[in-house]
Design a protein around this ligand. Structure first.
Ligand SMILES: [Zn+2]
Length: 562
């Protein structure tokens, strides 16, 4: 008879920062530790990670953190977590190789941490819990699902998977293992929701391969293929086609080092090393116009597009796209990047090359569709289902799949981040709400940023800044010269001179008035001045820029306290 608690620290009602905890009696099992990139501009915030206060408070009870696969929304918060709680980390070879890479990037000593490589044959025991793994098909190699077997049945974590008929090494589903888990009692399944709304996408790579083949056949010069480095399976499929046609291959982009190194050292990408060409920097004599060349431009987020943009504008150091080249885009824009991507594609068209864009609907999905979920639930037959990973709409659609399969609403737990469900002896007894606050990460994964700083940066970017420098003589109590006004980031209709005049006049007036008074408080003066400048600017421009005041006191007598 077990006491089980399940809670999401991130991943519910959002896309990113997936992190789930399962408590079985006294032991805590952490599933994934991902980050999220801000959906809207949060100035200076590079990423958001889950609130791990609960884990810090209960760190002695943590048995380990189990990683499903090597995507940033599942492993990106690892450095942040390990800095605070250096717990054991379990993952496949590929996933942990990426983790090591991330730790090194964050200047953390890999040797200091306990990283344990597992595979789908491994079985681990922790007190009353047996932990096993099953391989899944996703867009990166060696993705796994996790099963925690308790006295009251298993708890199965199945995030980022599908049941596409994949034959590529490192991407095959272990169906037997899933059915084996389903033969015993399954208490709860935590399965992803993000693919539930993607109807009509291909479920294999055949149409993609067919189109890419045609493009390669009909290109006179070079083929430039842009893809996300996290979509490794798609990159692999494209490499296969290029190799089958006897093409030479070059890699460009920040993500390429990792891809190529992995290909050479660990065979996670199947590629004949003899086919790889190192490009040379462009100068007058060298245009990298090599016969039968296929160039992969890979990276994360907007990186492939910024590289294409440079190539189209002839500003890249390696490739300038020209007539006769073909560009293949197999990285549909992420939400928030659509406008930028449209601009880059327009720029590419100017180069007169042949531009081929695979939209999302043309590309094979990498997440569980409704029918994948149905298949999973048919194999596992859990008592409770917890839709995870996805926005509310995805989780809602996921719940609908379960209802159509005959599940009662009481057995579908559509939770929010921080809601901890308690299951005692196989029955839900309580749902308790923990308050979580997002942690903003600035630059490195070490420290956070508070909301005041973000607010300032936001104002600075949207409203601009006014910097006022003025000095006065403390003895004569008179201003020295005119105030100097500097404006930054202004896009208002008011001409600069007029704006400077307004600010200058207020400054002179207010400081002169203050200097006439018997008592004089600099801090108070700054407050008054700041407010008055802000109000006047708002009157004329309907904007409130950040105002930075620098008031210099000259001829100050010594031993005077400020
Ligand atoms: Zn993933």
């Amino acid at each position: 008879m077990a006491n089980i608690k399940i809670m999401a620290l991130g991943g519910l009602g959002e896309q990113g920062k997936n992190m789930y905890i399962v408590e079985i009696n006294n032991d805590i099992f952490v599933l994934d530790a991902g980050l999220k990139y801000p959906e809207i501009d949060m100035y200076g915030v590079d990423a958001v990670v889950p609130d791990i206060t609960y884990l810090i408070e209960n760190k002695k009870r943590i048995q380990g953190i189990f990683l499903s696969h090597g995507h940033e929304d599942n492993i990106g918060a690892i450095p942040y977590l390990l800095k605070r709680i250096p717990v054991r980390v379990y993952g496949t070879h590929y996933t942990l190789s990426l983790v090591e890479d991330i730790l090194k990037t964050n200047k953390m000593d890999v040797k200091k941490f306990k990283l344990f490589r597992i595979n789908d044959k491994k079985v681990l025991t922790f007190n009353d819990v047996t932990c096993s793994f099953f391989n899944t098909t996703h867009s990166v190699p060696e993705s796994i699902g996790i099963s925690l077997q308790t006295e009251d049945g298993s708890i199965v974590y199945a995030t980022d998977f599908n049941f596409n008929p994949e034959t590529e090494d490192y991407y095959k589903v272990s169906y037997e293992k899933i059915t084996d888990i389903g033969k015993e009692k399954v208490l709860a399944v935590l399965a992803e929701s993000v693919g539930t709304s993607s109807l009509g996408r291909p479920t294999d790579y055949s149409s993609f391969e067919y189109s890419l083949n045609n493009i390669l056949n009909n290109t006179q010069k070079r083929v430039i293929i842009a893809g996300y480095s996290e979509d490794l399976l798609r990159v692999q499929k494209a490499i296969n086609i290029a190799l089958a046609k006897g093409k030479k291959i070059a890699f460009i982009g920040k993500g390429s080092d990792r891809l190529v190194n992995f290909a050479r050292n660990t065979n996670y990408i199947n590629i004949d090393v003899d086919a790889i060409i190192n490009l040379k920097y462009i100068d007058d004599n060298n245009k990298n116009m090599i016969e039968d060349l296929v160039i992969f431009v890979t990276g994360v987020r907007n990186e492939p597009y910024s590289a294409l943009n440079r190539m189209a504008k002839c500003e890249d150091r390696l490739i300038h796209i020209e007539k006769g080249d073909s560009v293949v885009i197999m990285c549909p824009p992420k939400s928030g990047s659509e406008l930028y991507v449209t601009n880059v594609i327009n720029e590419l068209y100017r180069s007169d090359a042949s531009i081929n864009v695979f939209e999302k609907k043309h590309l094979c999905g990498t997440h569980a569709t409704n029918s994948d979920l149905k298949m999973l639930y048919s194999m596992l037959k859990p008592k409770y289902a917890l839709p995870i990973k996805g926005e509310y709409r995805h989780m809602y659609d996921h719940s609908q799949v379960l209802i159509k399969m005959g599940y009662n609403k009481e057995n579908i737990l559509q939770l929010e981040n921080g809601e901890m469900v308690e299951i005692l002896n196989g029955e839900i007894v309580n749902i308790e709400k923990h308050v979580l606050t997002d942690v903003f990460i600035n630059g490195s994964l070490v420290g956070g940023v508070n909301e005041k700083v973000i607010k300032d940066r936001e104002t600075l970017a949207e409203e601009g800044a006014v910097i006022v420098n003025v000095s006065y003589d403390v003895r004569t109590r008179k201003l020295i010269g005119d105030p100097s006004i500097i404006t930054r980031g202004f896009t208002y209709k008011l001409p600069d001179e007029q704006l400077h005049e307004i600010v200058s006049n207020i400054t002179v007036k207010i400081i002169n008035n203050a200097l006439l008074k018997k008592t004089f408080n600099l801090e108070q003066l700054k407050d008054v001045l700041q407010n008055e400048i802000s109000n006047q600017l708002f009157r004329f421009t309907k904007h409130r820029p950040i105002i930075i005041l620098s008031i210099l006191e000259l001829n100050k007598p010594k031993n005077t306290k400020e």
